[in-house]
Design a protein around this ligand. Structure first.
Ligand code: FAD
Length: 439
């Protein structure tokens, strides 16, 4: 180990790994992120994230990026509609939105951009772009996935094993290490987690059909745009949940969720089971696979799983013809923890993946990034050095993270229970209007 600064490898350039690297960079500490995907744009980046004042925004302050965040986030994206399956509108925050009085002075604008407030939405792509732009180009090694890490005998350091490389190639690869810290920010199916625990994410019992409509197509469908409103639209019923979200580029997305089981674990249902296809129908599938791009398939999904729901909902889902994907949702057990190991730890979904039903996942992960980065900064600036001292930094971070994330995981689980109830819409309206406290 260098006498002052540990050599740090971060696995995964998701929002959490990037936030962590950005906070370190702001404090003059170098790190390297190894990302499996070949670029930031290789894959559609999914929906929007609401970044909370007391958590996610605090991490952006630590990275010096809050004012940049305000330039691309969408406070209007907070406007929510709650609609029952029969089309009754229980809440429409779009109706109450009056233009905010603007402070035209430069000083006023600058002050507003330094302030953490509310829960504005930001597209996942915009958040990642913001963080990537804050890092030196060489920080991220795109297209270099990690298969595992191996401890260096007799030390607290680790060697990285790259995906798709032979042992020989790995040995010759100068980027393999050794590293003083290997931090897994590689999401739900982390390759670093098995170094710390055998626990794997469990199927939550919920599967979502994820569909998207491009800006051009949404512009042609004012009925769908009206139904969603300026931010998001939620619908809830027994064992069913749907969420529509607007994006900053003028597109929109829907997650139409089916709760197929009320217990955790086991295998998620196959597409053909959700569609209730007969043996004959399965045999006639081209290539034996369900094609979600086929409108008839999506109609069948709505007929079998969302029968009797209002036409506005049906029309909106059917209008979303692009990027259809069936997503089983997974979670780690609430309160999951592990015994610490020197030189290795986890952040974000790798540490505590939750279902999205409380909208807190990325926020909890960004706090992980802030707390661990601050611990490392303190270590680098302090007098006490060495592998054991660094292990104490990890241990302190993990103890705080276990406690924090267990509360969020429990809250998320309760919200999932609430949102899949017959009177979920009424309960959510009461929470959002302050009649009831959150779960
Ligand atoms: C449908 C849905 C909706 C959601 N909505 C919200 C919301 O509104 N609000 C909210 O707070 N949270 C939400 N979440 C949760 C949020 O998306 C996650 O908590 C967040 O993305 C976690 O960030 P992360 O960086 O830890 O992991 P990820 O975003 O999963 O990023 C992990 C990164 O690691 C890379 N990677 C994976 N394996 C390897 C490997 N072996 N080697 C190298 N790189 C690797 C991946 O390519 C990826 O870039 C939602 C989740 C889902 C599924």
């Amino acid at each position: 180990m260098s006498p002052t600064t540990p050599k740090i490898a971060i696995v995964g350039a998701g929002p959490v790994g990037l936030t962590f690297a950005a906070i370190l960079h702001r404090n003059g500490i170098k790190s390297t992120i190894f990302e499996r995907e070949s670029s930031a744009t290789v894959r559609a980046q999914g929906g929007t994230l609401d970044i909370h004042a007391e958590t996610g925004q605090q991490a952006l302050i630590a990275a010096g990026l809050l004012s940049e965040f305000w330039k691309v986030s969408r406070p209007e994206g907070e406007a929510t509609r709650i609609v029952k399956r029969d089309g009754t509108v229980l809440l429409d925050e779009n109706e109450n939105q009056s233009p905010q009085p603007e402070d035209q002075s430069t000083a006023g604008q600058e002050e507003a951009q330094q302030e953490a407030r509310g829960r504005p939405e930001i597209d996942r792509r915009d958040l990642k772009d913001l963080l990537i732009a804050a890092l030196p180009k060489e920080t991220i090694r795109w297209g270099k996935g990690i298969a595992s890490a191996t401890p260096v005998p007799g030390s607290t350091q680790w060697i990285l094993n790259f995906l798709g490389q032979s042992a020989d190639e790995n040995q010759k690869d100068k980027e393999a290490g050794p590293y003083d810290l290997v931090l897994g920010a590689d999401g739900a199916w982390s390759k670093i987690r098995p170094l710390l625990t055998d626990v794997r994410p469990l199927y939550s019992g919920v599967t979502a059909l994820d569909v998207w409509i491009s800006p051009e197509n949404l512009a042609e469908r004012p009925d769908v745009a009206r139904f969603i409103g300026g931010g998001s639209c939620m619908m809830m019923d027994e064992d069913r949940f749907a969420s529509f979200q607007r994006h900053s580029d003028g597109s929109a997305r829907c997650y139409a969720c089916v709760r197929t089981r009320r217990t955790l674990g086991g295998e998620p249902p196959l597409a053909r089971e959700l569609l209730q296809l007969s043996e004959e129908e399965v045999k006639s599938l081209p290539g034996g696979e369900v094609d979600w791009k086929d409108e008839k398939v999506r109609e069948r999904f709505l007929d079998t799983q969302f029968a009797g729901w209002t036409k506005e909902f049906r029309n909106a889902v059917l209008a979303m013809t692009e990027q259809p994907l069936l997503r089983p949702l997974y979670m780690l057990p609430v309160g999951h923890r592990w015994e610490g190991r020197p030189g290795v730890s986890l952040l974000g979904d790798a540490a505590h993946v939750m279902t999205p039903f409380a909208g807190v996942g990325v926020n909890v992960g960004m706090v992980d990034a802030k707390e661990l980065a601050e611990g490392i900064v303190e270590y680098v600036r302090g007098d006490r050095k060495g592998g054991e001292e660094l292990a104490k930094v990890l241990r302190k971070y993990e103890e705080g993270m276990f406690e924090r994330s267990a509360k969020d995981a429990e809250f998320t689980f309760k919200m999932m229970e609430l949102e899949f109830q017959k009177d979920g819409c009424e309960k959510m309206r009461d929470i959002m209007t302050g009649v009831q406290p959150p779960a």
